[in-house]
Ligand binder design. Structure first.
Ligand SMILES: Nc1ncnc2c1ncn2[C@@H]1O[C@H](COP(=O)(O)OP(=O)(O)OP(=O)(O)O)[C@@H](O)[C@H]1O
Length: 263
């Protein structure tokens, strides 16, 4: 089955999404009344997977994460977490249910130290701070080494570690990452993808929105290409990377724009 065929039918989505950890069915959502950004988007994440979401600028990738995390109202369709509808649940409830979210920008408190930033991540269960800090520091040793340094003094890559570390403090089962490699040097970008694999290996399922489409698809179990708020293609990361239509329509231009950004 080709990527195009998989994306074509909502019935196939419904069948494939059965038993998924997190799924969105026929999602319609937006910011302003009467303006839909997601226009019938289907998505699912199975336990243990890394799923990548790529697509052109403005396709609705970040909006999908915000809708899954209860940050914008869902106008139609449903979001199910372990089979339970959470479409109306606000973000703080979803955090308790095991979702962690790392926004693309303004994802650390610059005037707070690394340690204080991580404390903010577990303010719902402060007594577990020490235990969870040890777990997070195993993934990001730098956070322990520099725990008294203010986040505002860190590099972009280090801030990204703080943001991911903070989201991991609540021991989530699903981590939603919005363009974790954005604005980082190629070396730090690579580091981010390696860390994501390590986090995934600890049992955390990951949804990753990325502009660095090729690198994202390389580490993903499955990927979605969004276009104009709908699924354009979906398949395994490897198949999407080698699908001539996906290359022609999305990877060529996306890869080109990535190249141009590099110094
Ligand atoms: N807070 C907001 N208020 C109003 N409109 C928004 C808001 N955030 C995004 N949009 C609009 O929603 C549309 C989709 O944006 P979104 O950020 O989801 O796209 P994206 O696929 O993540 O693209 P990019 O890669 O450029 O971030 C765009 O037209 C954008 O202008």
């Amino acid at each position: 089955m080709t990527a195009a065929e998989l994306a074509a039918t909502p019935q196939q989505h419904a069948r494939l999404a059965e038993g998924a950890l997190l799924r969105a069915d026929d999602l319609v959502a937006g910011y302003f009344p009467g303006v839909d950004i997601l226009r019938g988007c289907n998505f699912f994440l199975r336990e243990g997977e890394i799923v990548g979401v790529i697509g052109p600028n403005g396709a609705g990738k970040s909006t999908l994460l915000k809708a899954l995390f209860g940050l914008i109202p869902i106008r139609q369709g449903d979001v199910l977490l372990r089979g339970e509808s959470v479409a109306a649940a606000p973000a703080h409830v979803l955090v308790r249910k095991g979702l962690g979210y790392v926004p693309q920008t303004r994802n650390v408190f610059p005037s707070l130290t690394i340690e204080e930033n991580l404390e903010m991540g577990i303010y719902l269960r402060p007594k577990q701070f020490t235990e969870q800090f040890t777990v997070v520091a195993e993934l990001f040793p730098l956070l322990a080494e520099r725990r008294k340094v203010k986040a505002g003094a860190l590099s972009g890559g280090e801030r990204q570690m703080v943001a991911m570390g903070r989201a991991l403090m609540m021991d989530p089962s699903v981590l939603l990452l919005d363009e974790p490699s954005a604005g980082l040097s190629p070396m730090f970008q690579d580091e981010v993808f390696i860390r994501c694999k390590k986090i995934n290996a600890t049992g955390v399922s990951i949804i990753m929105v990325e502009q660095n489409a090729r690198r994202c698809l390389q580490i993903c179990d499955r990927g979605y290409v969004l276009d104009q708020g709908r699924n354009a293609y979906t398949d395994t990361g490897t198949n999407l990377m080698h699908d001539p239509k996906v290359i022609e329509l999305y990877l060529g231009t996306l890869a080109g724009s990535q190249e141009k950004k590099r110094p």
